[in-house]
Design a protein. Structure first.
Ligand SMILES: Cc1ncc(COP(=O)(O)O)c(C=O)c1O
Length: 377
């Protein structure tokens, strides 16, 4: 198999020479304006995001992880508190809680979506619970109506990890700003991708916004008077400039992802693979930005290896659950308490879905899967 025929998992960097030139011009503009940390390019990107998403506040930050930290602290999470989150996500959903001196309290998943199971949340609420943090994993939201009802009844704020769900709407509300605050990641493999690390926090709440704005710059909005113990979490000007260019292209790229998802679903159905792999269901009320296209399959690692030998890359997001991470060993969580997350860690396989796939690529992936998974008589 020659290298150019290989179906890759991700597509990073500018799409073509034209976009590369647009990036270089934008960078030159930042240099000419000395707008390196925050500055005009970041402000322009923030205002485009506010309009695009329909949020009152959008603040550019250094990365999604820092964004989550800002959002949690802004809603009042402090050392000794507890934060409820799903047992399965990218590591930093949990690490930010621990970095604040709070305790991550893990909840198992809805097996149909692999998103936090709202029915289990009330069991884990104590007087120390200061936030509920659903993760809008793979590009669709969790069951936000149920989660917001728990929040309203208990008075506990919701902070969304919307790192993978920029632009997604749930019942006409923007992911990230359904609860009190939320964060996006613009890591280079995300749907809206920077040329390095970058992220954003969003909220509809003026007070939470003001706190996050302050926390982003060491708790100081001028004069070297530090009103809160913040961080250096600024987005840099180069990233803001490039993200504005990328935002203009996002709608077209999203159409490609939607088309790819549809081609996958149709091909999996036509080739009758749905008895050998499991597809995730859609959350009612949420749309999907298809950050990942996920299947669950037995012997996942073997299937992945065989796909690779046949020229198809794939990914595992994620190979372990959060409670089982060695750094959380002292919390004493037992893997058997999170059977759905555990099963996900063993079976999840992400297939390529990025916007640069060619029409017919998803079909080729599924045909190859069919060869690998054909029943042995
Ligand atoms: C679900 C989730 N949470 C948090 C993050 C952290 O974002 P970043 O890598 O920008 O710090 C990511 C990004 O990988 C993510 O996918």
């Amino acid at each position: 198999m020659n290298d150019s025929a290989r179906i890759r998992m991700v597509a990073v960097g500018p799409d073509d020479e034209l976009e590369k030139q647009a990036w270089l011009n934008a960078l030159e503009n930042v240099i000419d304006n000395n707008g390196y940390c925050l500055g005009a390019a970041v402000e322009e990107f923030e205002s485009r995001c506010k309009e695009e998403l329909g949020v009152r506040h959008a603040l550019g930050v250094s990365n999604g992880t820092d964004g989550l930290k800002l959002a949690l602290k802004a809603v009042g999470v402090e050392a000794g508190d507890e934060v409820i989150l799903p047992a399965y996500s990218f590591f930093s959903t949990a690490s930010v809680i621990a970095h604040l001196g709070a305790t991550p309290v893990f909840v198992d998943l809805d097996p149909k979506t692999l998103l936090i199971d709202p029915e289990q949340i009330p069991t884990f609420i104590t007087e120390k619970t200061k936030a509920i943090m659903p993760v809008q994993l793979y590009g669709q939201t969790a069951d936000m109506s149920s989660i917001m009802k728990i929040s309203t009844d208990s008075g506990i704020p919701v902070v969304e990890d919307a790192a993978q769900a920029f632009g997604v709407r749930y019942k006409d509300q923007p992911a990230g700003a359904i609860g009190s605050a939320g964060a996006f990641s613009f890591y280079p493999t995300k749907n809206l991708a920077a040329a390095g690390d970058a992220g954003m926090v969003v909220t509809q709440d003026d007070e939470v916004a003001e706190r996050m704005r302050q926390l982003r710059v060491h708790g100081d909005l001028g004069g070297y008077r530090h009103h809160s113990l913040g961080w250096n979490a600024r987005m840099d000007g180069f990233q803001g400039a490039i993200l504005s260019i990328r935002l203009e292209r996002l709608a077209g790229q999203q159409q490609a992802r939607q088309r790819n998802a549809q081609e996958y679903i149709e091909s999996l159905t036509q080739l009758q693979l749905l008895d050998r792999i499991q597809l995730l269901e859609r959350t009612p009320g949420s749309d999907h930005c298809w950050h990942q296209f996920i299947i669950l399959v037995e012997d996942r690692d073997k299937v992945r290896q065989q796909l690779s030998e046949k020229g198809i890359d794939s990914g595992i997001y994620y190979p372990g659950t959060l409670p089982a991470q060695p750094c959380f060993a002292e919390l004493g969580y037992k893997a058997e308490n999170f059977p759905i997350a555990q099963e996900a860690a063993e079976k999840v396989l992400a297939l390529p879905i990025h916007h640069r796939l060619k029409e017919g690529d998803p079909r080729r992936v599924v045909e190859t899967l069919a060869e690998i998974l054909q029943p042995t008589h």
